[in-house]
Design a protein. Structure first.
Length: 101
């Protein structure tokens, strides 16, 4: 089953490249996809309400933790996905959201 591991953290603390984790996930044969996102300052939020578009430049959330990227893994079950989420460096200072795909 595929699981999306979403990485949230304070952008000032995020390592730029979690290569060791990526290499380990590839070696285990579970990595489907991963990508890091640009700073939330470059984000654009699109909402469509009452027939009109509302476009807002980011940042748009009142929180210190931002979505910084994801890993899409093909794990046997949720327990395996959680074990892999615990290994992501971001988990040491941010949070990892695990969702079935």
């Amino acid at each position: 089953m595929k699981y999306m591991l979403l990485m949230y953290a304070d952008e000032s603390k995020v390592p730029q490249n979690p290569e060791e984790y990526q290499v380990a996930a590839e070696a285990a044969g579970i990595l489907v996809s991963n990508i890091g996102l640009s700073s939330v300052a470059s984000a654009t939020m699109v909402r469509f309400r009452d027939g009109k578009s509302l476009i807002t430049d980011g940042p748009f959330a009142e929180t210190h933790e931002r979505l910084g990227g994801y890993f899409l893994l093909d794990c046997q079950d949720l327990d395996e996905a959680i074990r892999w989420a615990e290994k992501i460096p971001t988990a040491q200072y941010g949070s990892i959201e695990v969702r079935p795909v």
